[in-house]
Ligand binder design. Structure first.
Ligand SMILES: [Zn+2]
Length: 87
């Protein structure tokens, strides 16, 4: 991944990356997160596609709970629960 991407190119790269998040490794997700942070790009809904602790992509087989408008997903890899407030 080039480090001299423009913000627009980086945005594009991130969008393309998350079209198929399930094929990605935690290492690649860390990398794309770093790119987003460097370019000050918000991942928005994309950050819900992977575990915020171990960066493994969610497969869709996780235990998902919704309570008081908060969605919890238990990671199959590290068993930690990622939570997001629903909009
Ligand atoms: Zn995890």
């Amino acid at each position: 991944m080039k480090s001299d991407l423009s913000k627009k190119e980086a945005q594009q790269e991130i969008e393309t990356f998350f079209l198929n998040p399930k094929d990605k490794s935690s290492k690649e997700i860390k990398k794309i997160k770093r790119l987003a942070a460097n370019k000050k790009i918000s991942l928005k809904t994309e950050r819900k596609k992977f575990c915020k602790y171990c960066f493994n992509p969610f497969s869709g087989k996780e235990n998902v709970r919704i309570k008081n408008k908060v969605k919890s997903v238990e990671c199959l890899n590290c068993k930690k629960v990622s939570r997001w407030r629903m909009e």
